[in-house]
Design a protein around this ligand. Sequence first.
Ligand code: GDP
Length: 365
Amino acid sequence: GLTAGIVGLPNVGKSTLFNAITKAGAESANYPFCTIEPNVGIVEVPDERLKKLTELVKPKRTVPTVFEFTDIAGIVKGASKGEGLGNKFLSHIRQVDAICQVVRCFSDENITHVAGKVDPLSDIATINLELILADLETVEKRMDRVGKMAKQKDKESMFEHDILVRLKETFEAGKAARTLSFTEEEMKVVKHLHLLTIKPMLYVANVGEEDLANPDANPYVQQVREFAKSDNAEVIVVCAKVEEEIAQLDEEEKQMFLQELGIKQSGLDQLIRAAYSLLGLATYFTAGEQEVRAWTFRKGMKAPQCAGIIHSDFERGFIRAETVSFDDLLACGSMAAAREAGKVRLEGKEYEVQDGDIMHFRFNV
Ligand code: GDP
């Protein structure tokens, strides 16, 4: 599956956040296909629609879909033999699909800051510089090879060389590859480079509990937001310490606690949703008397591929899908009413599944 890696300088709250993730962790019995490794935290993706569907269909059980976070600091600590720590760190970032960079925005005299003072922008610059330098090296190596061919007027090499030049200039200006825009053709070339700074970035501003109700009163949060805009990245505000506490509560207690704090959704839930959509993921549902279940797919996937997420036989033998959108089903009140109202469509192999679709696959075995 796709995973988001958690990175950040020491003492910014990464372990606290990762603890919250593992404590909030998904009921693993429901997800036998997920590999459980110590540095991977599997969480359920919060989704109001799943609750509503459950009320409507009243199934025996409800199964949310899940998302994986990887604690890169944890891996790096455990694997520092041989290769330098820096290289291990980078090679693990290379393996994740999105980066969650935890940034310290809380003040606490008792907790040492590695750079001597709280300064989120300088912390971000420290981490990002590592990533940018690694990408610069990648691009320069590639330029050596492609440059010679480009001189001989090889069309493809010239095309690639132009992209490499743009990337190099961007890195030399201290900016990430994600700040550039590429055409589809160009993107194909860029993908082959496996750059670190092209990955979606989410800054996790870790604030003190007192800031939660009004995080934008914290000037550090403002700074991070401002920077994220220029970095084509997103920002989520959390208080890692509070998230660790919330993760141990049941749903009802959690709602009461959130109300007390003056927030609608826990920071962790916001983080999960943000990482999920940053990766271009969406959810479809299956709904029967036995089970109502959410499934993750990538936006743009067609019906047979989506069926294949449940079982490869479903994809191989795909005939068609009966589909109704969540909003239509909710408005009609039941599957039967939706059918009567003509809201249940029969879709074929070319149908692009939409976020919130309720799918019933028909297939040959
Ligand atoms: P890591 O080195 O990035 O993994 O940082 P830790 O998660 O170990 O946190 C470092 C210290 O900061 C610990 O003592 C945490 O309890 C504390 N800490 C983490 N998050 C917060 C927070 O939101 N507020 C405050 N006041 N302390 C925090």
